[in-house]
Design a protein. Structure first.
Length: 575
């Protein structure tokens, strides 16, 4: 049975434990339960009392399509609340093959202690001096690890932003193409790992225990049904694979919900220049790849490999949120500039949503001109150094707003908003306001019904129906994250009468334990209860479940809508 590996980063002791009270949990449900029960809610996020929990989903290591996602849990230095950050890559698929359900980093080394690389092998953890790769950007550091451990090496690592404890720091994971291009991006997970003085976690490529379903025949049947559902839906079989997630640029812009110029606009004039269609055209012309999977077993293939004009690789995982944050909210029109900044964020280990929004704050404060991609690149290049401007930018929107004298700060609980204006997509606005994670579209993707009309049709310009929509989606999303599925499977599940049952059947056949559709719902509900309980003990109240005032006072063009849900109305989205 998969074990929980606890590693004390101060004493360098470690233990392998049975799941015990954490049995029947996985992914986000597991990380949030451990953080809620083991981390003091009032501790400082960079203190010895905080923990980094890395967990695979209930279907981790299986051959179920799109089940290779990873959850990372911490108390967030950005929000001061609970955080689960989700990532693709190879880590989640590898952990079960090493008999691991979760890895927990505990305590904190003494001041002045050097960084270590953790090498996890069969029943053993080796602390290695990480000095040769400390201070390096992620791509060259990852190359050094590949040279040392072999081309089957799988790692999770931090860049200079994490080493210097910036609040926007990510943990970067090895992708299927041997690049550190997949991020546990939001909430500063990399800063917490940096506080533990861990530069990288390397999983031994030679340990490869066979993993299989307890009921192989039932699993095979359920898996076929599941693949048919995903390949039978136009979003997961055509739209996302055809143009990547940036297919949403034109769609959301047409809906009047694409935030521009620090959430002043609902539409921008240059949307076509940064759209998924334009990106796919350039990728094809330059010999890149328009379809890639972010993890083993992906049948959606919405990721991409973007090359420059010389045909040289620049970045992968070039997603809609990144393109929006820099291309619309910061008004940068050159898609190559946006791609270069995306790569820079992977190199330094920084969340692209938070950094794109922070660039817009710098522009709003007159630090650099609106739309200047080259200046934005230079500004973000300072993160991870001792340059004061890098320290400011690396701490995100609220911190930069205070430094630059900007009061138009699109954040909830300290985390900046993603690529949908809540005035025009009220379903996702409810999620921004009420999620324990802070502003997070993935916590309850109301865009599905408000704009895409998947799984129903609820008007995003009006408040009616959107509180209940968000609540149901938040429950479903927590369950999806806990099973280790990619969030995008939800598009197909929402329109498939047998979608929820198919997921439950997969879990039951894989684990050999009874698991019904009701169990799936309860998995999501209990996960949210853990997260809400932690934040309540951390001092959050219903007054933290609200959007910044300017969304209520400033009508959003072209529809002229404002945010009009009260704090009390929003409480209906809580479980």
């Amino acid at each position: 049975m998969p074990k929980i590996l606890r590693i004390n980063t101060r004493t360098k002791a470690y233990t392998y434990e049975d799941a015990g009270k954490y049995a029947n949990l996985g992914g986000r449900a597991l990380t949030s339960r451990i953080i809620n029960t083991e981390v003091p809610a009032d501790c400082h996020p960079l203190s010895a009392e905080n923990k980094v929990v890395i967990a695979t989903g209930l279907l981790g290591g299986s051959t179920a399509a799109n089940s290779g996602r990873l959850s990372v849990g911490v108390k967030s230095p950005l929000t001061n609340g609970i955080k689960e950050s989700n990532s693709g890559g190879l880590f989640a698929h590898k952990m079960p093959k090493m008999d691991l359900l979760a890895i927990i980093l505990e305590d904190r080394p003494e001041e002045g202690a050097p960084f270590s690389t953790l090498f996890i092998t069969d029943g053993k953890v080796i602390f290695k001096d990480a000095t040769p790769i400390v201070g390096m950007d992620n791509y060259p550091a990852h190359d050094k690890l590949l040279a040392e451990y072999g081309d089957k090496m799988i790692a999770g690592m931090i860049g200079p932003a994490g080493e210097t404890l910036r609040k926007t720091a990510t943990i970067q994971f090895t992708d299927p193409y041997k690049r550190p291009a997949r991020s546990a991006g939001r909430g500063g997970t990399g800063a917490v790992m940096g506080s533990k003085k861990i530069k990288a976690i390397v999983l031994d490529p030679e340990v490869n225990t066979k993993v299989g379903a307890v009921d192989a025949e039932a699993f095979k049947t359920a898996r076929k049904t599941w693949v048919d559902i995903l390949q039978g839906h136009p979003v997961t079989s055509q739209g996302l694979p055809g143009f990547g997630t940036s297919i949403l640029v034109n769609v959301v812009n047409e809906a009047g919900a694409l935030p521009g110029k620090n959430f002043r606009l609902g539409q921008i004039d240059h949307a076509a220049d940064i759209s998924g269609e334009k990106i796919a055209e350039l990728i094809t012309a330059r010999g890149g790849k328009t379809t890639e999977g972010c993890h083993v077993g992906c049948v959606i293939q919405c990721s991409q490999q973007y090359n420059n004009a010389k045909g040289e690789y620049v970045t992968s995982g070039f997603e809609y949120e990144t393109v929006w944050a820099l291309g619309a909210n910061a008004m940068i029109k050159d898609i190559d500039d946006i791609a270069a900044i995306d790569r820079l964020c992977d190199e330094k280990g920084m969340d692209t949503i938070e950094m794109g929004n922070t660039v817009a704050i710098a522009m709003d404060g007159g630090i650099i001109p609106w739309g200047d991609g080259k200046a934005a690149f230079e500004l973000l290049s300072k993160v991870g150094t001792k340059d004061p401007m890098g320290m400011i930018m690396g701490n995100g929107v609220d911190f930069a707003g205070g430094a630059f004298g900007v009061d138009r700060l699109p954040t909830v609980k300290g985390q900046s908003m993603p690529a949908y204006d809540p005035r025009a997509v009220k379903g996702v606005g409810v999620t921004y306001a009420t999620s324990a994670m802070g502003a997070d579209h993935t916590a309850g993707y109301g865009v599905a019904q408000n704009i895409l009309k998947v799984g129903g049709d609820i008007d995003g310009l009006k408040k009616e129906g959107n509180v209940e929509l968000s609540k149901n989606l938040q429950i479903a999303t927590a369950a999806i994250d806990s099973m280790g599925f990619c969030l995008f499977v939800a598009f197909a599940v929402l329109d498939a009468p047998n979608g929820v049952q198919a997921m439950a059947d997969l879990v039951q056949a894989y684990t050999g334990k009874p698991f019904t559709s009701d169990d799936l719902v309860n998995l999501g509900v209990n996960c949210l209860k853990d997260e809400q309980a932690f934040n309540e003990r951390a001092g959050f109240t219903k007054m933290d479940d609200k959007l910044p005032r300017f969304f209520e006072t400033d009508p959003l063009p072209p529809h002229g809508v404002v945010w009009d849900l009260s704090v009390d109305e929003l409480q209906g989205a809580k479980v």
